[in-house]
Design a protein around this ligand. Structure first.
Ligand code: ADP
Ligand code: MG
Length: 256
């Protein structure tokens, strides 16, 4: 199993009380597959992703088990988690602007991400940056590489973030609401790209979304979270055809 999450309970301390953001969450993701993690806002999707990435704040108490290729990530050394992020695990978040530093060019930042994990000459890094920007469907990759974040549209930045996320050939890509902040046209473009990458690269995708349309489009399997608990877990076709849980039916009813 590529990624295995078992009995994941995440609590936050608030004013002396512990509030549980997730309770006993469990799911598994196989190599090259797309698993959608769905649920309403506040259901615990992002904290689950942050737990996998080792990015929960110190105020969070985490119990359970998270293994990637058999390696336990809960309680792993911070250095090891840093190495995995941007290496074996790529990430795409909702806010395209937040992924990039405004004072460096896109090319420099993707190049830096590559250099952190790979020993390549400067020329090889530049070439790889150009290839990646082309792979994610950006016209004129060289111009994009020379651009600063504010010079690009939300859709172009999101594609650049995906280029950075796949720059070290991750085995796992975590995409948390990758289209939510974009306009409808850019959303469709990013979905097309993810669908295409899915066929082309061997990366498993943990796709976090509240959009069941996106799930229908991209996922193999679906985990439904309600108030931090898994209420249903099924292959996408079965979930849409015969949702077993009332909450899932509510989510599906919201699909236009
Ligand atoms: P979503 O499914 O919308 O991504 P989240 O995973 O962000 O939901 O949040 C799940 C729950 O955890 C929410 O109740 C949220 O308020 C709580 N939570 C998230 N981050 C923190 C934090 N840093 N401190 C306290 N509570 C948090
Ligand atoms: Mg979220």
């Amino acid at each position: 199993m590529l990624l295995s999450v078992q009995d994941l309970t995440i609590s936050f301390e608030a004013g002396g009380d512990l509030s549980e953001a997730t309770r006993g969450v469990a799911f598994e993701l196989r190599r090259g597959r797309v698993l959608a993690l769905v649920g309403e806002s506040g259901s615990g999707k992002s904290v689950t992703a942050m737990a996998i990435l080792g990015l929960l704040p110190g105020t969070a108490a985490v119990r359970g088990s998270i293994t990637l290729e058999g390696e336990q990530l809960l309680g792993a050394a911070p250095d090891r988690l840093r190495e995995l992020r941007g290496g074996r695990i790529g990430t795409v978040f909702q806010e395209p602007m937040a992924a990039f530093n405004p004072v460096f060019t896109i090319g420099d930042q993707i190049g830096e991400a590559i250099r952190t994990h790979r020993r390549l000459t400067s020329a090889a890094v530049r070439e790889r940056v150009g290839d990646l920007l082309g792979t994610v469907g950006l016209d004129d990759p060289e111009r994009i590489a020379r651009s600063y974040p504010h010079q690009l549209s939300g859709g172009q930045l999101q594609r650049s973030m995906i280029a950075m996320a796949i720059s070290c050939d991750p085995v796992l890509l975590i995409a948390d609401e990758p289209t939510t902040a974009l306009d409808v046209t850019a959303q469709a473009g990013i979905l097309d790209l993810l669908r295409e990458l899915r066929g082309r690269i061997d990366t498993a995708i943990l796709l976090i979304t509240h959009d069941m349309g996106v799930v229908a489009d991209l996922a193999d399997d679906v985990v439904v979270l309600e108030n931090g608990r898994v209420v249903e877990c099924a292959p996408v076709a079965r979930l849409f055809a015969e949702p077993a849980h009332e909450y899932t039916k509510t989510l599906l009813d919201a699909v236009p």
